[in-house]
Design a protein around this ligand. Sequence first.
Ligand SMILES: *Cc1c(COP(=O)(O)O)cnc(C)c1O
Length: 350
Amino acid sequence: MYPKIVINQKKYQENVNILLDLSHSNHQSVMAVTKVFCAAQPLVDVLNESAVDYIADSRLSNLMKLDTHKDKVLLRLPQLDEVQLMVEHVDISLNSELKTIEAIETACAVHDTNHKVILMVDLGDLREGVFDDLDLFDMVAKIEKMTHVHLEGIGTNLTCYGGVIPTPQTLLKLVDIKEMIEHIIKRPLNIISGGNSSNVDLLQKGLMPQGINNIRLGEAMVLGRETAYGKHIKGMHDDVFTLEAQVIECKIKPSVPIGELGMNAFGEKVSFKDLGDMKRVILAVGKQDVSHLDLRPIEEVTILGSSSDHLIVDASLLDKVAVGDVLHFKLTYGSVLSLMTSPYVEKDYV
Ligand SMILES: *Cc1c(COP(=O)(O)O)cnc(C)c1O
């Protein structure tokens, strides 16, 4: 049934392997990030058969349902009310709050288990992470005294909220902090996690500072691009995921609505350019599944707009198009995310 998102496992595998070669040859262990595809098992299976070092997701529910023999990493800072479940299902979590880490210690005691934490350091992107170095060293000393929580390493996250690009100078701050912490605790940290897909550019140029030894990769594996500059990575696929939607109406109509114009179904005032009559095609997919701004048509059509359940395109340049035909779209990070999350969209693995 349409609409369907078509997922090419072989292309995903090829993307994963290219990034594994690049990362491992630069002494980076790899956390493969599964959140954009809701940790769908057929793609997790591809990761299971690869040399990926960890499986990481921002949602505990995804980590609980996915099946893997690799270590599981929770990327989003744990909520206090999920800590009990987390210590049972997750090996490593990223953290920035002592209160949460103390709750993890208590939960581990209850469940008679251990848990590894990576302390997040905010180098200026202003999403998660400890901002003040003295706070950080104070937390490190307190974690070292815990029995069940083990300080596995430190990490940072850039280009997510503030759009700060990872440069060698910025990442060297993380290496400085690593050295100060190792001096305090008198042992080496295992993981120094330098960031996400925006670090791929540094790897390609051989500029990753020594001391950074881990990368967390989601978007690059899925869309074949690094995210500091949005450049395509040579040899990688940008069509692991594509959307197929079916034509339910195809008629010649004007390009401007007729009558007095008010607001559309979403309370927006819309304006129209008069391009004369055009071949208008309606496809059975809508805002409830995906934003039309995140679709890249493969056939020669122009997206005009969408409502909850309808996508309207100008197909004047297509010779033959009829009710029942299927049109194809390449996707962005945002559209993969929403299409994979929509229960109305069939997931077709090829
Ligand atoms: C989502 C996420 C990633 C992966 O980011 P990509 O840009 O998709 O590679 C890495 N780290 C954290 C903390 C995340 O939340």
